[in-house]
Design a protein around this ligand. Structure first.
Ligand SMILES: *[C@@H]1O[C@H](CO)[C@@H](O)[C@H](O)[C@H]1NC(C)=O
Length: 152
């Protein structure tokens, strides 16, 4: 028995070391999740787009920017179950969508919901993931309160 325990002890230290190394290599602050190369924080609260945008900025981050199909797939089609603001608006000029971090808007990797963006009543300038549209994108009024995701 003492022999077996000695082995378990060494195994325990090995596991501890692996765990520690894995956590260190992720480099995400506590409370943030790592996926597809960035760290993400899902809000508990709901707020309008500008406040959500500002809150991310205060946390050294920006509203989530979707850079690839993979990011969209990994996050929205697999992990979420409600609406979230994205870091995408056409507030500066109608129809000219811009990502908050300056990433060029690439129509080729957008995943708009059917018939979106439609700028209903000329009032929809902020983009969100829509649970109703199976996590595809929708433009909505920026004053609507909803959850958001910060990315860093
Ligand atoms: C949103 O946040 C970005 C920084 O992530 C900032 O550059 C931009 O001015 C903000 N936009 C608005 C409309 O508040």
């Amino acid at each position: 028995w003492p022999h077996v325990l000695a082995h378990l002890g060494r195994f325990g230290i090995l596991l501890f070391t692996l765990q520690f190394t894995t956590e260190k290599s992720q480099m995400c602050p506590s409370g943030w999740q790592q996926l597809v190369g960035s760290c993400y924080s899902f809000s508990d609260e709901r707020d309008n787009w500008e406040k959500a945008n500002q809150t991310c900025l205060l946390k050294d981050s920006h509203l989530i920017v979707i850079n690839s199909e993979e990011e969209q797939q990994e996050y929205f089609f697999k992990h979420v179950n409600k609406d979230y603001w994205l870091g995408l608006t056409d507030l500066s000029q109608e129809g000219q969508f811009e990502w908050v971090d300056g990433t060029p808007y690439n129509a080729a990797i957008t995943t708009w919901g059917y018939g979106q963006p439609d700028n209903t009543d000329n009032l929809e300038h902020c983009v969100h993931i829509s649970a109703l549209m199976e996590y595809y994108w929708n433009d909505h009024q920026c004053t609507v309160l909803m959850h958001w995701i910060c990315e860093r």
